[in-house]
Design a protein around this ligand. Structure first.
Ligand code: SF4
Ligand code: SF4
Ligand code: FES
Length: 219
């Protein structure tokens, strides 16, 4: 079983395991929003899991969710530089997120709130203005709804739907315009959705939510 050293602490890892999962299993917290242990290919979009690794006497920055463990590798997960970059990544994510916790169905179990707390930040970006787009809630499905203004483009719903062999959800457009949507932008109720609700379970924010848990219908 390979071992690695994170912030001076030696921990064990499974062969081929990514740094992130080895760290979390050993009780070392590394922020992460888009990683899914079950996914073959990490999405690598949020950049919150950045760490430094020592390679040939130099330090390189990698995402812990995509970098496999190597025997005796040295990882630095909480340097000043890393913390600064994570804070910038989180501000970018939050600049395109509708912060409305009071009315949000995820307010008691929100990954963004946990991440802000672990980074010792507020949800509201301090250095970036809000770029939340004027997008409408899809309220068409009887059981769940989708509020794209709360989507952080983590890709978990897309990967989960694909993993179940359905692929009804996908990303459309690129860059700032990117959204999660259905084929041909059909309403969820007409998309062929089989109501397994697995996408709702993996969504880390209030973007996909069960209607019975509340949430505004003002989109
Ligand atoms: S997802 Fe909901 S609870 Fe979480 S930060 Fe956004 S508005 Fe607040
Ligand atoms: S809807 Fe939720 S799970 Fe899907 S990409 Fe957006 S935040 Fe991630
Ligand atoms: S958790 Fe690694 S890039 Fe998002």
């Amino acid at each position: 079983m390979p071992s690695l050293i994170i912030d001076g602490k030696e921990i064990a890892a499974e062969p081929g395991e990514k740094i992130l999962w080895a760290a979390l299993r050993s009780g070392i917290h590394i922020p992460h929003l888009c990683a899914m242990e079950s996914a073959d290919l990490p999405f690598g979009g949020c950049r919150l899991c950045l760490v430094e690794v020592e390679v040939g006497g130099r330090r390189e920055m990698v995402t812990a969710c995509s970098e496999p463990v190597r025997e005796k590798m040295k990882v630095y997960a909480h340097t000043e530089k890393i913390e600064r970059m994570r804070r910038t990544a989180f501000e970018l994510i939050m600049s395109d997120h509708l912060i409305d916790c009071k009315n949000c169905p995820k307010r008691k179990d929100c990954e963004l709130i946990r991440t802000a707390s672990s980074l010792k930040m507020t949800l509201q970006p301090k250095n970036l203005r809000s770029l939340v787009r004027d997008l409408s809630i899809d309220d068409s499905h009887p059981l769940f709804a989708y509020d794209p203004r709360k989507c952080v483009k983590c890709g978990k719903c897309v990967l989960t739907c694909q993993g179940l062999g359905k692929s009804l959800l996908n990303f459309a457009y690129r860059g700032f315009e990117m959204v999660v949507t259905t084929f041909d932008h059909l309403p969820l109720a007409s998309s062929g959705c089989e109501s397994c609700l697995e996408c709702v379970k993996v969504c880390p924010t209030g973007a996909l939510y069960l209607k019975e848990t509340g949430g505004r219908r003002d989109g």
